[in-house]
Design a protein around this ligand. Structure first.
Ligand SMILES: [Ca+2]
Length: 577
């Protein structure tokens, strides 16, 4: 049940979500909260009806969620890239793109948020001071993953690729899992599991490539589903490890892209920006963000720079100031990155073909997104780096670095781990022939990976999350974006601004409507931007609008404290619901 604390929270913090989220409106106490708040007209009362009918299995959609790793905002053709991504471009052309979709800036917090519907700090999957949390944190018992939530609704769930969530996939609702746990080898992984049992290490003679194998396993699982649960819907979670470092790609693709990137990062970034604008992604900006030449990788590994040789450079300096050796080395790195993205797109095409051939195409909702922005990191791990090895080959260990990640994140500021737009903005494609009408213009309302659980659960249950759902734990901070699929659907939208919160390694942000406060690093001061006209985060208006700054900072502090309290509470009975 909701006690007073829960009610207070709904009224003060979650109000914007509450007004738009039918699921919460169905709770009788949420109704009372709204009626007393005086902020809703009587029209909303039509949303209050509770349906108790069982879901109609024939109408329940299948879900294919494709999450990739460290892909930048503009790395797909349909988001402005020169990289060939025909399968994802076609998906976007017959579906929709989101222009303001967000992740959490890092691998593991995004995965836990995507699969639970909570901010990672609420469930101890990103650092909370004084609490055992972060990459090694264990979720509270109430923070279940989506597969366990939708199993009672008839769904069978499958996982293929990166995991990076606490616990094992098959102990968390996934019926089948291929888990690639070796994050240092795209060609010959040493650690990977099938249904959580170790597989033999892949030998050098094997033709294994991560994206190919992840797709093959996903297809195998879908085939298993057809053979064993044909009348039931599925949730397939395909988590590619591309294009995360080390930059490894099939040689023919690296060779294909090598000439392209001789042009250098200044020119490619400008080309992308021009193409983005032609694709409805201009954000009202006159220019992309200024590349911050002094901002390098988030972590220093000076020994790695030495191992990589004189071609490596850890600052995004003007391309023309680079030596010939640096230009060649850097251009090759981007060629491998592009090869990884194209190879992943090809493998996504195989999975989509399987859906078409198995009759699941019409009623499968496909989501594609990235777990964080492109990375400025530079390091050498795994089997090390052989300077004489061909770039992108198994003996090489290369990272994108800040020069090219500034291109991948065009037109935004900063990179993976930061919560400026470059770290947290992701391309997001949705496709569902049965329900989604193709739309050229991107959906520009802000959404976040915390919104995926409310969306998918709502579609699976055909009702949403309500008092009868039996969920333990705090109210979900996210809201469904399913109404965006069909703009003709009657819907009264909230006038209240959307509130989104971030924190990662001292980097902090809060977006309220179009205003965003952001700070880089634990002790740094807050900056304030109006994203409606300055999504490049170029003009800090903190001094011009001190009241807005104070209001947002207070709100960030309140939410942070609320999430900290939730993170320490393991007992379902101690939680508001
Ligand atoms: Ca990542």
């Amino acid at each position: 049940m909701i006690h007073l604390g829960g009610l207070q929270k709904i009224r003060t913090i979650e109000l914007s979500n509450l007004i738009t989220q039918k699921t919460m409106l169905r709770h009788p106490l949420a109704r009372v909260a709204l009626l007393f708040s005086g902020l809703v007209s009587s029209l909303f009362i039509f949303d209050f009806e509770v349906s108790s009918s069982e879901p109609d299995a024939s109408a329940q959609p299948n879900f294919l969620v494709i999450l990739c790793d460290d892909l930048g905002y503009s790395d797909l053709g349909c988001y402005g890239s020169e990289i060939s991504t025909p399968n994802l471009d076609a998906l976007a052309a017959s579906g929709k793109r989101f222009s303001h979709f967000y992740n959490t800036a890092r691998c593991w917090p995004t995965r836990s948020a995507l699969l639970t519907g909570y901010y990672a700090q609420q469930i101890r999957r990103d650092t909370v001071p004084g609490v055992k949390s972060g990459g090694q944190g264990q979720r509270p018992s109430w923070a279940k993953l989506l597969p366990e939530r939708i199993a009672p609704l008839g769904y069978h769930s499958y996982h293929s690729g990166k995991w990076h969530v606490d616990g094992l996939p098959t102990k968390n609702g996934f019926e089948k899992s291929y888990s690639l746990q070796d994050h240092d080898r795209h060609f010959h992984p040493k650690n990977h599991t099938l249904d959580d049992k170790p597989l033999p290490a892949v030998g050098p003679e094997d033709s294994y490539y991560s994206s190919t194998h992840i797709a093959s396993r996903a297809i195998e699982q879908l085939q298993y589903h057809e053979n064993n649960h044909q009348d039931k819907p599925f949730f397939s979670f395909v988590a590619f490890t591309a294009p995360h470092f080390p930059l490894h790609a099939p040689k023919e693709l690296v060779d294909k892209y090598r000439p392209t990137y001789q042009a250098g990062w200044n020119q490619i970034r400008q080309q992308r920006w021009l193409k983005m604008q032609s694709k409805g992604l201009d954000f009202g900006l006159a220019h992309p963000s200024q590349v911050e030449a002094e901002v390098g990788p988030p972590y220093d590994f000076p020994e790695a720079i030495k191992k990589l040789g004189l071609g490596e450079i850890n600052r995004p300096l003007d391309w023309e100031s680079l030596t010939t050796q640096q230009k060649e080395f850097q251009a090759d790195k981007m060629a491998v990155h592009a090869g990884m993205v194209e190879a992943m797109d090809t493998q996504i095409g195989r999975i989509l073909d399987h859906l078409k051939n198995s009759g699941r195409w019409e009623n499968t909702l496909v989501l594609f997104l990235s777990d964080n922005g492109a990375s400025a990191e530079i390091m050498v791990r795994g089997d090390g780096h052989n300077p004489s090895a061909s770039p992108g080959s198994p003996e090489s260990y290369l990272c994108l670095g800040p020069g090219w990640s500034s291109v991948s994140n065009t037109p935004f500021r900063r990179h993976k781990t930061w919560v400026h737009e470059g770290g947290i903005a992701t391309p997001m494609i949705v496709h569902w022939p049965a329900k989604i009408k193709p739309q050229d213009k991107p959906i520009s309302k802000p959404y976040h990976v915390i919104d995926i659980v409310p969306t998918l659960y709502g579609l699976a249950s055909q009702e949403g999350i309500n008092a009868n759902t039996g969920w333990l734990g705090p109210d979900l901070p996210g809201k469904s974006f399913a109404h965006e699929f069909d703009p003709s659907e009657d819907r009264i939208d909230s006038k209240a601004p959307r509130v989104l919160w971030w924190q990662h390694e001292g980097n902090r942000a809060l977006r309220v409507g179009d205003l965003k406060i952001v700070a880089a690093g634990k002790d740094s001061t807050w900056e304030l931007y109006d994203l409606a006209k300055d999504r490049a985060e170029s003009e800090n208006i903190a001094q011009k609008q001190p009241q807005d700054l104070d209001r947002l900072v207070n709100q960030w502090n309140e939410l942070t404290e609320q999430f900290r309290k939730q993170a320490i509470d393991d007992s379902p009975q101690g939680i508001d619901r």
